[in-house]
Design a protein around this ligand. Structure first.
Ligand code: FPP
Length: 230
């Protein structure tokens, strides 16, 4: 497997079950992010994409949004050394202009510092699949308006080329924790042929055995891409 993506769900429920504020669930969730990055390294997976904050998540209470933004800056700062040790390139996907200055600056800094590495950790922040497609449509419309592109020549490849990170291969497997059977506006275009795996485990509890169970489930699937099986 080349690319695994996670919908990290269940932080709030994890905290609630312990009588803790939701923000403590996000703190524990950030620890899971550290672990999962090392599982991917050990499994030789080149791309890891994490849905850390959606365009819809801005509707959450101010305190929760602030904690999440703070956790992201803390994560990027405290893990920078690990990124270098493990040669991980940090990349960003989403509407960067929405993010507070501290988050933007931390991202820009780490993205630049790690740009030469092959393995990638892709953070989706203020990300929405529909927003990404709308941005791609705008970019394509500009090319048409400038006379650089004939509308009849627009193909699937044209759209794929105008997504946020066109060089990243589509995910092979999308894992969602905490049981919900939804994509929640994640990687709508790129998910077309991805295998989906949903586990009831809450994101803060997600451990190595759960990661292995997801890889095992993936290995047992037959991917046909619409063609006939073997
Ligand atoms: C979903 O759980 C999780 C989020 C909205 C945020 C994910 C963020 C982190 C794991 C921490 C920071 C990220 C990084 C990359 C360091 P929820 O709050 O919707 O849980 P619930 O459905 O149980 O309420």
């Amino acid at each position: 497997m080349e690319h695994i993506a996670f919908i990290m769900d269940g932080n709030g429920r994890w905290a609630k079950a312990r009588g803790l504020p939701r923000t403590e669930g996000h703190r524990a969730g950030a620890e899971t992010v550290r672990r999962v990055l090392s599982y991917c390294r050990d499994a030789g997976i080149r791309y890891l994409t994490l849905y850390a904050f959606s365009v819809e998540n801005w509707k959450r209470p101010k305190e929760e949004v602030e904690t999440l933004m703070h956790l992201l800056v803390a994560y990027l700062t405290s893990e920078e050394k690990t990124f270098h040790e493990n040669q991980v390139r940090i990349r960003y996907m989403g509407r960067k202009s929405d993010l507070p200055t501290e988050v933007r600056e931390a991202l820009d800094r780490v993205e630049t510092a790690t740009a030469a590495y092959e393995r990638q950790l892709i953070l989706c922040l203020s990300y929405g699949g529909r927003t990404e497609l709308a941005h791609a449509a705008q970019a394509i419309a500009r090319q048409v308006a400038r006379g650089e592109l004939d509308p009849e020549a627009i193909t699937e490849e044209t759209i794929a080329r105008n997504l946020y990170l066109p060089d990243v291969p589509d995910p092979d497997l999308i894992v969602r924790t905490s049981g919900e059977m939804r994509l929640s506006n994640f990687l709508l275009w790129q998910a077309s042929y991805a295998e989906l795996y949903v586990t009831p485990v809450l994101w803060p509890d997600f451990g190595e055995a759960d990661f292995q169970a997801a890889l095992d489930a993936f290995a047992s699937r037959e991917r046909r891409y619409g063609a006939l099986g073997k």
